[in-house]
Design a binder for this molecule. Structure first.
Ligand code: ZN
Length: 428
């Protein structure tokens, strides 16, 4: 019997070609096409595996997706025969949707970089973080990251702590305060594209670290995080120097990225100039109108933060071609109108290809802007316990073991609910 969500020959070919006919498992990359037995034949050994299962009862569930969505190229990953078998059989439970999506995006980013003529790409992704005894974040044990991940939690549930711990692999000083009262243990695993494991022990008297089993004074080549904090005052992003400090990026590089952004068709920045004091003058598309303004002065509220978001995405994209890069947006859209949150997440969709992004939020509007390619994790409780989330339907839980993955299939507002209005009014 043919399963209705099987890939058509055409879709299978698209999946294989986008992967350059190489296995997408990060350490494998085996070629799956080559010369056949005769001079007229081609031998092909790879397979297109389903990310969400083709049929009910498969290793990763159907995720609530329609047959059409499950048989589309987006739901397929190209693998060699060995890895394809592992992923598709009972062992499939060890390969959650988040992991396969991350493999696929990483592999396609790598092929894209190589197509552009760059021989080596250090691109990669962060697979997981395990946290024991972090002060203020006792509930989290292990998080397996997808390529696009939204972490939902109430205020004080530890969202900011999580982003600090992720940034702290490269900047251990950020970790010191979380081991003040307990011995905190942090483990992380990432690919660059080789696999790396780090273990960090934070004690009141100091930090000790091992990388791939060897004691080290610091992690010499960690993954990069580009973090945007949850509240950014307009004065902080009024000039190039402020943005430079906030992103940990050289001021000349900030100017270069700003000028690049003005040439991108789907960016709100149309024109930019920076004066000798580093003040930024912009022409922007702002909610349907073109506005001319100087950041921090005549700028509408939230414009500075929106420009910062654009810059952070551009910086992460640039960096991701050279090293594993995670963009961390910590409750970043909290100050925005509900519909603006939905629109911003939706507009970012195409720009996030090739980078890993973790958004933390307490807002149902942000979740409403996500799609089935986002993995959702709830900190400290269930979704229905968080105010506002009972208004959303069609979230689909899957997975097993230590992490229940919630995929955001389609979000509908329950009957009788007002459509998104200003945050804080409609979401109660
Ligand atoms: Zn393989």
């Amino acid at each position: 019997m043919t399963r209705s969500a099987d890939f058509s020959p055409k879709t299978r070919r698209i999946i294989a070609q986008r992967a350059g006919y190489q296995c997408s498992e990060p350490t494998c990359r085996q070629p799956t096409i080559g010369p056949g037995a005769t001079s007229e034949q081609v031998a092909e050994t790879g397979m297109a595996s389903h990310i969400f299962s083709a049929a009910e009862g498969g290793p990763r569930t159907t995720g609530g997706l329609t047959v059409e969505q499950r048989s589309a190229a987006d739901n397929g990953i190209w693998l060699c025969y060995t890895h394809g078998k592992l992923v598709d059989t009972n062992a499939g439970n060890a390969y959650p949707v988040s992991l396969l999506q991350a493999w696929k995006r990483l592999h396609e980013a790598r092929i894209r970089t190589e197509l552009g003529g760059h021989r080596y790409s250090g691109a990669g992704f962060v697979e997981s973080i395990t946290i024991e005894n972090a002060f203020g974040l006792n509930e989290v044990r292990e998080l397996k990251f997808g390529a696009r991940h939204v972490v939902v939690g109430r205020n004080e549930s530890g969202k900011t702590i999580l982003t600090n711990l992720l940034s702290g692999i490269a900047r251990p000083e950020l970790l010191l305060s979380y081991g003040k009262f307990n011995d905190m243990k942090l483990r992380a695993r990432w690919f660059d594209p080789d696999p790396h494991n780090v273990e960090i022990l934070v004690r009141p008297e100091g930090i000790s670290q091992t990388l791939d089993g060897r004691a080290v004074p610091y992690i010499p080549r960690p993954f990069r995080t580009v973090a945007v904090p949850h509240f950014v005052g307009p004065e902080v992003v009024a000039n190039v120097q402020g943005i430079s400090r906030l992103l940990g990026l050289d001021a000349v590089a900030v100017r270069g990225l700003l000028e690049d952004l003005a040439n991108e068709p789907d960016c709100i920045i149309r024109d930019v100039s920076v004066n000798h004091d580093g003040l930024i003058e912009l022409s922007v598309d702002w909610f349907g109108a073109t506005r001319q303004c100087r950041l921090g002065e005549s700028a509408p509220s939230n414009l500075g933060a929106t420009v910062l978001l654009e810059l952070a995405v551009a910086y992460a994209r640039q960096q991701a071609t050279a090293e594993p890069t995670m963009l961390l947006l910590d409750d970043f859209l909290a100050g925005y109108h509900g519909q603006a949150q939905v629109d911003i997440i939706d507009r970012l969709r195409n720009r996030l290809d090739g980078i890993q992004v973790v958004v933390t939020t307490h807002s149902p509007f942000v979740v409403a802007g996500c799609g089935p390619d986002w993995i959702l994790t709830v900190l400290g409780g269930t979704l229905s316990q968080i105010q506002g989330f009972r208004l959303l339907t069609d979230l689909h839980e899957s997975g097993s073991g230590s992490q229940v993955e919630v995929t955001v299939v389609t979000v509908r507002w329950r009957r009788g609910t007002r459509r998104p209005g200003p945050a804080g009014t409609a979401c109660v």
